[in-house]
Design a protein around this ligand. Structure first.
Ligand code: T1G
Length: 696
């Protein structure tokens, strides 16, 4: 027996307790230990039942993801599940914490299941580019029917104990210690002479209109294939005997294991956990933060204040007048009410946040107790420097002074204070209480413990925090500016904004760049173009057609017209014919003979620009690791998670191929398409961005 599975007798019940911290992942050792434990229980005279329970904070979090991509080792999980189910003994699983993926599949191979009130179950394999691969697509539909099983599997969501009970996934919700509750429940089963109840012997689920369900799930996946593949596996549970259905599930699972989507999503899974843990900060304590100050109560300031309130922090928000302070309070109340509506908080929490934890004020002195202040005023350097001068005067020693600027120089802002080591950038993304990305912008003089405090706050707020150095646009907006320019160049040369948006939605983006511009407001980029005009390099190709739209007062969704035309109360817009006229006129003025673009070329150019700029920010030390760039694009810019991020996409595409694209495009525009030195270096060395992640 392995030390991962502890075996003990309690009367005529054998207890198998899984002890594989931190979350009891089903490593090869755990699988072998469970199989050996079942053998031992069946050979142990007098044993009539087996109770499986998890040690620590979870029953079982699933298959050991660290084993993926390596040669599978016996016992394979589906075989272990079948072995448990085939036991002549009654088998009970007592769930607590999470029972996910293979963890729930082990539980489904037991005859009975009980769970603690706060337990969660789920089959989240689609978030890894897979489907359940140990009988989940065959057993779950036999318990709750095909429709509900497809909902659980294709969403990959966690179900609370009450919902699991309602669906028949568990038989009872029990309080107290999982092992004690399990022993009581198993004892009662034995006392009443309960029979074994193998799920696989239940009839298969009633059929659905499988092709219609498949098409609907495929469309919703926006290019991700595993959710739709899961529909076919559930279909097999309805049409084939259990063993044949299991074989079909295994076939689909193995096919998905070979896909780039599985590689991309596993990369994203681990990168999401690595990105916020910086080796250089491992032993640096963060400063204590319980009270947050927010300066500026507009959309961003109110969103940041809301995120802090939802995380249980006290918030003092500073505005300039009583009227604007009240308006900010109303914005925050609206955001908090939204969180209540989405079930994120209770009514009691909402009332306490707004009545006790939030103060909207107009006096600088109100910030004197704040442990950390975040400035979210107008994006103007003079205004920000004036605010930081006031913060320097009123905030207590040791308070962290943060700016939410989305692209201004944090070093220059810090220089407006007598304590630049306390100054940092915390770049939130709108809406700040919803978007997960937080760029922690470390200025030249920012102290390490202030950086650590920025990451600790990010974790407290439930954000994915990424370290960035100081440059215009930091990581995300700097890449956005570049790949957005690549799109503009293609429009000038012959592509339409609508074809580009459609091609990038086919690539997996939720929205294309022009639809995103309409959503954000065309006036924002317009102001930036005007600000940069004086210092712009004459070789920089910048379209004027968007300026023409703005000059006519068309700023996108907020005015009802931009690249698209928007009707009131209707989602999405229709292509704006005026845009094509503006583009054709500009091509004519520039003497450009338009040419056609294929969707594939649009995608390659867009991605080449994104990867090339990513390699530049890496080479300049603005981003520490390629995975950091991946996380920024996935969590802040709608990059499709199943591709792992732009740098992972480049690795899987092949860096030599990406560099060849860039060099080919440079023949038309050497200024824009100058290959990043780091990219050329990696190709020359035959290395990948993943190699850099491993070196970090
Ligand atoms: N395998 C290996 N390591 C895992 C793991 C797993 N399944 N789950 C978590 N970890 C590590 C994680 O990397 C981190 O490590 C630590 O545990 C704490 O995790 C056949 C094939 C369980 C809800 O997809 O959703 O079963 O960084 O920081 O926020 O059908 O982890 O400390 O070194 O995330 O409290 C299906 C994935 C697998 C669940 C806990 N299961 N995990 O969240 O802590 S596929 C999953 C999670 C499968 C079968 C298929 C979360 C969590 P480190 P954490 P947390």
């Amino acid at each position: 027996m392995t030390d991962k599975i502890h075996y003990r007798r309690d009367g005529d019940i054998a207890v198998l307790r899984i002890a594989n911290p931190p979350v009891n992942a089903l490593s090869q050792e755990v699988r072998a230990g469970l199989a050996a434990g079942m053998d031992r229980a069946e050979a142990d005279t007098g044993v009539r039942a087996v109770l499986i329970v998890g040690d620590g904070r979870a029953f079982i979090a699933g298959a050991d993801i660290r084993e993926f991509g390596k040669p599978p080792q016996e016992p394979h999980l589906p075989d272990l599940c079948n072995r448990i189910e085939a036991s002549p003994l009654i088998v009970v699983a007592s769930l607590h914490g999470v029972s996910l993926g293979g963890g729930l599949e082990v539980a489904l191979s037991a005859n009975y299941r009980i769970a603690q009130p706060a337990a969660r179950v789920g089959l989240p394999e689609v978030h890894l580019g897979l489907i359940p691969g140990a009988g989940g697509t065959q057993r779950l539909p036999r318990i709750c029917g095909a429709k509900d099983a497809i909902g659980v599997i294709t969403s990959g969501r966690h179900l609370g104990a009450p919902e699991a009970l309602a669906l028949g996934i568990i038989d009872e919700i029990t309080e107290n210690d999982p092992e004690e509750a399990g022993l009581l429940w198993t004892g009662s089963l034995l006392a009443e002479g309960a029979a074994r109840r193998p799920v696989s012997e239940l009839p298969g689920p009633a059929p659905l209109d499988w092709d219609a369900v498949y098409d609907e799930v495929l469309k919703k996946g926006r290019g991700q294939i595993s959710p739709a593949a899961a529909v076919r596996a559930v279909q097999a549970s309805s049409e084939l005997p259990f063993i044949e259905g299991l074989a079909e599930e295994r076939r689909i699972f193995n096919d998905l294991m070979q896909t780039d989507q599985r590689k991309g999503m596993i990369h994203a899974f681990f990168a999401e956990r690595q990105v916020s843990s910086l080796p250089e900060l491992k032993d640096v304590p963060a400063r204590q933060v319980e009270e947050i100050g927010v300066v500026g109560g507009g959309t961003m300031g109110a969103g940041i204040a809301t995120a802090a309130l939802l995380a249980g922090l006290r918030v003092t928000l500073l505005e300039t007048t009583q009227e604007t302070a009240e308006a900010a309070g109303a914005r925050i109340a609206g955001n908090v009410a939204g969180a209540l509506k989405r079930g994120k908080i209770t009514a009691e929490q909402k009332s306490r946040m707004l009545s006790e934890a939030l103060l909207c004020d107009t006096r600088d002195a109100a910030l004197s107790d704040a442990d950390l202040v975040i400035e979210a005023v107008f994006e103007d350097m003079d205004i920000k420097r004036e605010v930081f001068g006031r913060l320097d005067a009123v905030c207590k020693p040791g308070a962290v002074l943060a700016t939410n600027t989305s692209y201004l120089d944090v070093n220059e802002i810090a220089a407006a204070t007598s304590r630049p080591s306390d100054v940092i950038g915390l770049h939130f993304f709108s809406p700040a209480h919803v978007m997960k990305l937080l760029e922690v912008v470390v200025a030249d003089k920012t102290a390490d413990d202030v950086t650590a405090t920025g990451f600790a706050l990010g974790k407290r707020l439930g954000k994915t925090a990424v370290r960035s150095g100081v440059c215009e646009g930091f990581i995300g907006n700097r890449l956005l500016n570049t790949y957005r320019s690549a799109a503009d160049h293609m429009v000038l040369d012959g592509a339409s904004p609508f074809q580009i948006d459609s091609a990038l939605q086919d690539f997996g983006f939720a929205m294309g760049p022009f639809a995103v511009s309409d959503l954000a407001g065309l006036d924002i980029a317009w102001a930036m173009r005007k600000r940069r005009a004086a210092s712009r390099d004459p070789r920089d190709r910048v379209g004027r057609y968007a300026d023409k739209l703005c000059e006519a007062g068309h700023f996108g969704q907020k005015t009802g017209e931009g690249f698209y035309l928007y009707e009131k109360d209707r989602r999405g817009g229709t292509a704006n014919p005026r845009v094509i006229d503006l583009i054709e006129a500009e091509r004519h003025d520039r003497g450009i003979t338009p040419r056609s673009f294929t969707d594939a070329e649009i995608q390659r150019r867009y991605m080449a620009a994104m990867v090339n700029e990513g390699a530049k920010v890496l080479g300049e030390g603005i981003a520490g690791r390629p995975l950091d760039v991946d996380m920024v694009l996935i969590f802040g810019y709608g990059f499709p998670r199943y591709r792992g991020g732009p740098m992972k996409w480049a690795d899987m595409t092949g860096l030599p191929e990406v560099l060849a694209d860039i060099d080919r495009f440079a023949a038309e525009d050497a200024y824009f398409w100058s290959a990043a030195p780091l990219l050329r270096e990696l190709v020359a060395q035959g290395r990948t961005f993943d190699d850099l992640n491993r070196d970090a």
